[in-house]
Design a protein around this ligand. Structure first.
Ligand code: SF4
Length: 120
């Protein structure tokens, strides 16, 4: 049996959840509401994260533009995403919401610009 401690981040209370994992049999304790159970089960079975990062910009007031995924992608794909973003070079002007990658890894989510960069 494996035991894991997970902090629920679904609300500011931050419940400390303890999970006992026996194959497909998972027992969750310490959650104050059902959202905590759902969060813990997702963390165990299919952890996902919204990713924020930067991409290079040429000809702009700033050399970088911040970007983020429009939804939580599988945690196991984060390294591949960071590698992909290293290859990106946008030309200023760069606008908020500008799509850098569409339907990233078939996730249904995009990578979009979150900070505009004006032309120099
Ligand atoms: S389990 Fe419920 S009450 Fe506790 S942090 Fe998660 S959402 Fe908040």
């Amino acid at each position: 049996m494996e035991k894991r401690k997970i902090t629920c981040i679904s609300c500011p209370l931050g419940c400390e959840i303890e999970a006992e994992i026996n194959g497909d049999d998972i027992t969750i304790k310490g959650n104050r509401c059902s959202r905590g159970k759902e969060y813990a089960l997702n963390e165990i079975k299919d952890p996902r994260r919204v990713v924020t990062s930067n991409v290079k910009v040429t000809g702009g007031q700033f050399p970088l533009a911040s970007v983020k995924t429009t939804g939580a992608i599988p945690k196991g794909k984060i390294f591949s995403l960071i590698e992909k973003l290293r290859e990106v070079e946008l030309e200023a002007p760069v606008n908020i919401g500008q799509v850098v990658y569409k339907n990233l890894f078939d996730s249904g989510f995009d990578v979009v610009v979150t900070r505009p960069v004006e032309r120099r």
